[in-house]
Ligand binder design. Structure first.
Ligand SMILES: [Zn+2]
Ligand SMILES: [Zn+2]
Length: 182
């Protein structure tokens, strides 16, 4: 019979000679129901109302769950994010460097590449790949910021600088045109 997440946790705690506490089970219940990837602080905010669980307990318990393999942990923009790993296949992720959001990767190609990747004198257990970049919202924000900076720079330019900037733009237009007819 398949072991429940609670059994996995309890036998680990027993092996380690740690104390069994009801708090850990409450936190486990929250984590098992949790969708997506969350920091320990976000998980703390998900605790049932009036539960006696402290922020420190949530933090130490998340490290414990990570040790046991009940969660996957990810480093994102200097934060540790957790996701439920019980009955969840290991998977790859992509991360936005702008806002720090993380998504599960659906691409089969990456899974197959990671599985096919040869690792001489090394036994593969599982793989976790991250692709870093910018999400659409952050690209739009960057574009707006660039526009704003360009405008501010333009406002500070002298008449002569503006004239040269225009000539420069015309030259690069001409270069494009020349390249096209080649
Ligand atoms: Zn983003
Ligand atoms: Zn994930």
């Amino acid at each position: 019979m398949e072991k429940s997440a609670k059994d996995i946790l309890d036998s680990y705690i027993e092996e380690q000679g740690k104390r069994k506490t009801p708090e850990r089970h409450i936190i486990l219940d929250v984590v098992l129901k949790m969708e997506g990837h969350h920091s320990a602080d976000e998980i703390y905010a998900m605790m049932p109302e009036k539960s006696p669980i402290s922020r420190a307990t949530v933090f130490s318990t998340m490290s414990l769950f990570d040790e046991v393999g009940l969660v996957y942990s990810h480093q994102v923009n200097g934060r540790t994010l957790y996701e439920n790993a019980y009955k969840v296949e290991p998977h790859h992720h992509y991360i936005c460097n702008g806002c720090g959001k993380i998504w599960n990767m659906k691409s089969k190609t990456v899974f197959e590449a990671a599985a096919a990747c040869r690792t001489p004198r090394f036994k593969k257990l599982r793989s976790s790949l991250y692709i870093y970049g910018l999400c659409d919202a952050c690209v739009a924000r960057l574009y707006r910021l660039k526009k704003k900076m360009e405008k501010e720079r333009e406002a500070k330019m002298t008449r002569e600088e503006k004239r040269f900037a225009r000539i420069d733009a015309e030259l690069s237009e001409a270069a494009k045109w020349i390249n096209n007819i080649k």
